[in-house]
Structure formats: structure tokens, C-alpha cells
Design a protein around this ligand. Structure first.
Ligand SMILES: [Zn+2]
Length: 401
């Protein structure tokens, strides 16, 4: 077994089950997320740093640096995704990967035929799942990067560096990561979420996110006497959906294209509910998409005056680009460091939200960086040891004076 303190840290964290719970209203959503929070506080204290878990299950810590420099914040999330279990994770280490199939267990194979990016990792050491769970590199690889950087500077007090503000959050996967974020307590001039994949990425823009809840009350009547009277809520629901732009669907879009995603459609002849999420990088285009929902409602209200149609639109998060354009320190600093390290940084629009987007709007500009782990949210997840180490080197350089 290879000797690698940073890898050992990662392996320690993924073995702690921290799956969040979208049915829970408590904070954190699952009490077991606190098991990792407690482990991190213990390790931070062993390194001599102040560390605490606040009443919402967030770990705050801090490593002093040169007080004349900006405080740089580092954040990762402790919970894992809901799509796949994170219980009893048994990470498998594959040294000197040969570019072929990796048999995770009897049933599942991690293959470059399905995941061609595996070919980037020939000769590398990969950490995979045992096929039964996810790995949890999202985002425990991020946590291990941050802890490794902090441990490095504790060991090397002679190296001048920025003061570092550390924050580990629960419940990112259920969209509640930035809840109760206290920018003042965090105390960073700007920050980075370490929650992506490829090490050469700096994510600076994400979707604007809204949602629509459509409720339809039809007119129920004995089907034998229904002529001219019945309004079937299911059919009105289908018609509602057909009135939205046919191209604005997740399965037909990529890059900067936005979409309306029908998450659920439930009902019967008398009552139906449709729930959508609405996404676009452009706020103006997002507003246009919301307008489509209002237009569909108005049209169907006219067509079916005896039915009741309600559309509730709400906003969930916004594109951080708006903030990062106004305060570009975090992005410019990261780009400069990448160039110094000989890495050409790539920024692609994130087709989702990031906790950093909300942190940005709450006063702390926070672009997102990679982790060196891939195929998140499922059993085919893996960590590239080389990319993980590169991320540690990048973040070490970012906080260096
Ligand atoms: Zn994540």
C-alpha cells in the first residue's frame, strides 16, 4: 500500500457516512453529517487551529497568516449525494492504472468504453468504489485538499501565506449548503469552493435557478353526463406542458442554453400538480422563460374558465458571475496562480448551482475549483491521485504570499 498522508486523509473521510436527507427539515438534515464535522474539528485542533461546530452543523476554523494580506476562504461540503448510498464505502486502490476495465464487483465495471476520460489516467493511481456505494469524492476530496493544505502550512511556519478561513458545510446536495452562511464570521475577503472535478478549471458562472409549481383543479362530473362540462385536470396539465418551448428541455440543451425541467407530474382527473425547475445563465432569458409559464396560465384560464389554474414562481439562486465581475479579486488571483504553475485555466459555464454562488451574493465572492475526483453521485465515481495532488499544489499556491 502506498504511503500518502493526503490520500489517507481522503480515505478516512469517505468511510464516514454523511448522506444528507431531503425529507428532513432539521439542520443539518441528517445527524450523521456531524460525525464528519466532529472528526474535522478534532483534526484541526490537533493541528493547533481553533475550530468549532456552530448550531447549524457548520465547521468554522482559521489559520493565521500574514495579517497584511487578504484572508482567503476555503470551503467544501461534508454531505454526499442522494442518488447512491454513502454507507459502508469500501474504497479500492488501483495503482499504475493500465487504461483497461476496472471490475468494481461481480456486477459493475468501470470501463473507458463508457467513461473515455479514464484514458487520461494511465499510469495514475485511482481510487474507486467497490460497486455498491458512491465514493464521496464529492466533496470529501475537497475537504482532504483543504486539510492537506492547512497541515502543510502548520508544518512550515517559515513560509509566508495568507490568513486562511476554513468552512465545511452540510447539506449542499439538497440545496441547503449556504443556509445560515455567516460572511462576517467566515471573515474572508474572497473564497473558493473546492467542489468540482478537473484541476484546470475555475468555475466563474453558474445557472440562475427558479422554479414553478403549477396546480390545476379541473371540473369533475360523472363521465356519462360530462359533455361540455368536464375539465380533466390531467389533460389540462399535459396541455400546459405542451405550451412551453419544446426545445427548452434538459435533454436538448447544453453550454449556455437554459431549460425548464418537469420534475414531477402527479394527479387525477380532478386535480393535477406539475413541478418545474427553470434554469438559465442569463437572468433576462430566465425572466422570459418565467413569462412563458404566465402566458400558458393565461391561455388555459381563457380556454377553461371553469377550471382553476395557479402558477407559483420562485427564485432559488443566481449566477455568481454578476458578483465576480464586480469584484474580480478571487478569479484574477486564481488565474494568476494557475499561469505561474504553468496551467492554462479553463472556465466553462456550470450547468447547475454552487454554494459559492450564494456565498458570493451574501458578500464573499467565491468561484469554484476542482478536486481531482470524477463521475460524482454514483458507483462509478473515482479519484485520480495525480489530479488530487495537483489540486493540493494549486490551493497551496493560491494561499501562499
Ligand atoms: Zn459537491
Amino acid at each position: 500500500m502506498i504511503q500518502d498522508e493526503c490520500l489517507e486523509r481522503f480515505l478516512r473521510y469517505v468511510k464516514i457516512d454523511t448522506q444528507s436527507d431531503d425529507m428532513s427539515t432539521s439542520t443539518p438534515s441528517a445527524a450523521k453529517e456531524l460525525n464528519l464535522a466532529k472528526e474535522l474539528v478534532k483534526e484541526l485542533k490537533e493541528l493547533g487551529l481553533p475550530a468549532e461546530i456552530d448550531e447549524f452543523g457548520r465547521v468554522y476554523s482559521r489559520l493565521d497568516g500574514d495579517p497584511s494580506l487578504d484572508v482567503v476562504g476555503l470551503n467544501s461540503h461534508m454531505d454526499t449525494a442522494l442518488e447512491c448510498s454513502g454507507k459502508d464505502v469500501k474504497p479500492q486502490i488501483h495503482e499504475n492504472y493500465d487504461g483497461g476495465d476496472i471490475h468494481l464487483n461481480e456486477e459493475y465495471t468501470l470501463s473507458p468504453a463508457s467513461f473515455p476520460a479514464l484514458k487520461n489516467h494511465i499510469g495514475d493511481t485511482l481510487v474507486t468504489t467497490s460497486g455498491d456505494t458512491l465514493l464521496g469524492g464529492d466533496d470529501k476530496a475537497g475537504i482532504a485538499v483543504i486539510m492537506s493544505v492547512v497541515a502543510y502550512y502548520v508544518k512550515h511556519p517559515e513560509i509566508r501565506h495568507h490568513p486562511i478561513a476554513i468552512l465545511f458545510t452540510p447539506d449542499e446536495e439538497i440545496g441547503r449548503g449556504p443556509e445560515h452562511f455567516d460572511a462576517k464570521k467566515f471573515g474572508a475577503a474572497y473564497a473558493y469552493t473546492i467542489d468540482g472535478d478537473y484541476p484546470d478549471r475555475i468555475d466563474v458562472e453558474n445557472f440562475n435557478g427558479s422554479h414553478a409549481d403549477v396546480l390545476i383543479e379541473g371540473v369533475g362530473i360523472h363521465p356519462g353526463e360530462a359533455k361540455g362540462k368536464m375539465v380533466n385536470a390531467i389533460r389540462v396539465g399535459e396541455e400546459f406542458d405542451s405550451l412551453l418551448d419544446v426545445n427548452e428541455k434538459p435533454e436538448y440543451t447544453d453550454g449556455y442554453d437554459g431549460f425548464n425541467h418537469l420534475l414531477s407530474f402527479q394527479g387525477d382527473a380532478t386535480k393535477a400538480e406539475l413541478h418545474y425547475i427553470i434554469r438559465n445563465h442569463s437572468l433576462a432569458k430566465l425572466e422570459k422563460q418565467k413569462e412563458e409559464f404566465r402566458n400558458a396560465q393565461a391561455f388555459l384560464e381563457k380556454k377553461y374558465p371553469t377550471a382553476k389554474i395557479s402558477v407559483t414562481l420562485g427564485d432559488d439562486y443566481r449566477n455568481m458571475k454578476e458578483v465576480l465581475d464586480k469584484d474580480p479579486r478571487a478569479v484574477e488571483h486564481a488565474r494568476k496562480v494557475f499561469h505561474e504553475l504553468g496551467i492554462q485555466p479553463i472556465s466553462e459555464p456550470v450547468r447547475g448551482g454552487t454554494d459559492g454562488a450564494t456565498f458570493s451574493f451574501l458578500g464573499c465572492p467565491t468561484p469554484n475549483l476542482g478536486t481531482g475526483s470524477y463521475n460524482h453521485h454514483g458507483r462509478f465515481e473515482y479519484l485520480s491521485l495525480r489530479d488530487f495532488h495537483q489540486m493540493i499544489a494549486i490551493v497551496t499556491a493560491i494561499v501562499k504570499a
